[in-house]
Design a protein. Structure first.
Length: 507
């Protein structure tokens, strides 16, 4: 393992070669691009956590990151502070691969922030892994960021003209540089000042030697929740995490979401908060469709409830006579349960997912790629044979994987295969922290639903309506959502889109 160590007492900062450098390098390469023949799931960029007031803060951050591993598998990092030092260790790979007992033992202090990452903005080098630790005119700051800034090009040029020297190509460092160059006299004012200047998606946690900050952009694109571990012998531990499933391992109680446009500060004296910008909520609806775990509460609503309602609504909107409802595991499972309950058609696991297919199989060799779906999924023939199947999935991106799955089900003996998708057709890329293919590669941007049906070789195909999706995800919470990947109607101005997409993909 190859680690980047910063700020450890008695240690020179820099790269440390570990036991498995070759593995670290190979996982880094894998994040660069998906093989063309594969139709990968859309990928979330990051998960963030923060811990304040726990004697073993690094281990708490580790547990929380472990629960957020689904939000990014390329790199991970933990920074800790003990009032004097601010140390940071990050590496390429999974949280459990990087943070052995020995590594965690070096991260001392009762405060920590952590990050797990899948990247598209900034390259995937270890230097761009987070947290990023920057010595600034306002002191040492570590930052971990989930989301994507959309005006980063302008800001970077502006800051460089003012003398800023960037250590990374990550957009998260722009926030720290804006803090460093702010004319505000206090750190909290400087942070608020910098957050007002960036546009796009950011749920961030920051740490100085003695304080933790957590903030969400005014649109609240990405989730960020606050929880508390009750301590009968002293002050409570305050925790923040991208998803509430991280609280369960810590035995923390969910308290509330960090609000869109809110900046929360935690010190020894307790929790304070300010609204640094007026809220204008357009939270990412795709968190409910696919990214977040069903055991998380996002925007005040359980993801499991939303997904089950998507399935129920889908059944109401696009009924078809069939014998079995079969999910494409794992992401289609909860919607399929809802579809089966609403339609009265039995639910069965007709496809089994191999959970032990490692990233080592995802290599750019055609002969391996051809196994693709077969390595991950296998049909249960005795369930499928002679039956009319409703296949439930959460999205069709390029269509190639869906076609392989439809063929697989048919080859296992199904007499009819009807595809039902628990969200509307994906027609536009995301600029707010989700890795989407360019528009030319999105099948729904270029084909009608009937053409897609023919492409995936299904007997029928239907998507959930946009109204149906919004209704399923709201659940009376009054949330307002970003639905831009289904409509092409973006809630922010596209200031520097070419910074996010390759030039050829600019729309
Ligand atoms: S464009 Fe789609 S994936 Fe991106 S934030 Fe909006 S809803 Fe989420």
């Amino acid at each position: 393992m190859h680690l980047l160590i910063e700020g450890l007492p008695g240690h020179e900062p820099g790269f440390v070669s570990g036991h498995d450098l070759s593995r670290a390098v190979s996982t880094s390469d894998q994040g660069a691009s998906a093989p063309e023949a594969e139709d990968p799931k859309l990928r979330e960029h990051c998960g963030v956590v923060a811990i304040h007031g726990h004697p073993d803060a690094s281990r708490q951050a580790y547990l929380a990151l472990y629960a957020l591993q689904h939000r990014g598998q390329e790199s991970a990092g933990i920074a800790t502070a003990d009032g004097t030092h601010l140390s940071n260790i990050k590496g390429m790979g999974l949280v459990s691969e990087i943070f052995t007992d020995d590594v965690l033992a070096r991260l001392k202090g009762n405060m920590a922030i952590g990050h797990t990452r899948y990247s598209t903005t900034g390259d995937s080098a270890l230097l761009n892994a987070q947290p990023i630790r920057v010595e600034s005119t306002k002191g040492l700051i570590a930052i971990a960021h989930n989301g994507n800034l959309v005006n980063l090009g302008n800001l970077r040029v502006h800051l460089e003209r003012k003398g800023a020297f960037f250590q990374t190509t990550s957009d998260s460092e722009i926030i720290v540089q804006l803090i460093a160059h702010s004319h505000a006299t206090t750190l909290v004012d400087a942070i608020a000042d910098s957050l007002r200047q960036v546009e796009g998606a950011f749920s961030i946690v920051m740490m100085t030697r003695d304080r933790i900050f957590a903030a969400r952009d005014p649109h609240g694109f990405r989730p960020l929740s606050m929880g508390r571990i009750h301590n009968p012998d002293g002050p409570d531990t305050i925790v923040f995490a991208s998803e509430t499933c991280a609280f369960d391992l810590l035995r923390a109680k969910y308290e509330r979401d960090v609000l869109p446009g809110e900046l929360v500060m935690v010190t020894e004296d307790g929790v304070t908060s300010r609204q640094y910008a007026p809220p204008n909520q357009t939270s990412c609806i795709f968190e409910h469709v696919y990214f977040a775990r069903p055991d998380s509460k996002i925007y005040g609503r359980w993801v499991q409830e939303s997904r089950e309602q998507m399935g129920r609504q889908l059944a109401r909107e696009s009924h078809v006579d069939a014998d079995l409802v079969v999910p494409v595991p794992d992401s289609g499972v909860t919607a399929a349960i809802g579809y089966a309950a609403e339609s009265g058609i039995p639910f069965r696991f007709g496809l089994i997912r191999n959970h032990y297919v490692g990233r080592t199989f995802i290599e750019p060799e055609q002969r391996v790629r051809d196994f693709g779906v077969k390595l991950k999924l296998n049909p249960v023939r005795n369930l499928l044979e002679g039956r009319r199947i409703i296949l439930i999935d959460d999205s069709i991106i390029r269509g190639t994987t869906s076609r392989k799955i439809v063929r697989m089900v048919r080859q296992a003996g199904a007499t009819e295969v009807h595809m039902r998708i628990s969200c509307p057709p994906t027609i536009s890329p995301c600029f707010y922290g989700v890795d989407t293919p360019r528009q030319s590669e999105l099948i729904a941007a270029n084909k009608t639903i009937e053409e897609i049906r023919r492409f995936v070789e299904a007997d029928s195909l239907a998507y959930l309506s946009l109204e149906g999706l919004q209704k399923a995800c709201d659940g009376g919470e009054g949330n307002r959502f970003c639905v831009a990947c289904y409509t092409g109607d973006y809630p922010t101005q596209w200031i520097d889109v070419e910074d996010i997409l390759p030039a050829a993909a600019a729309l």
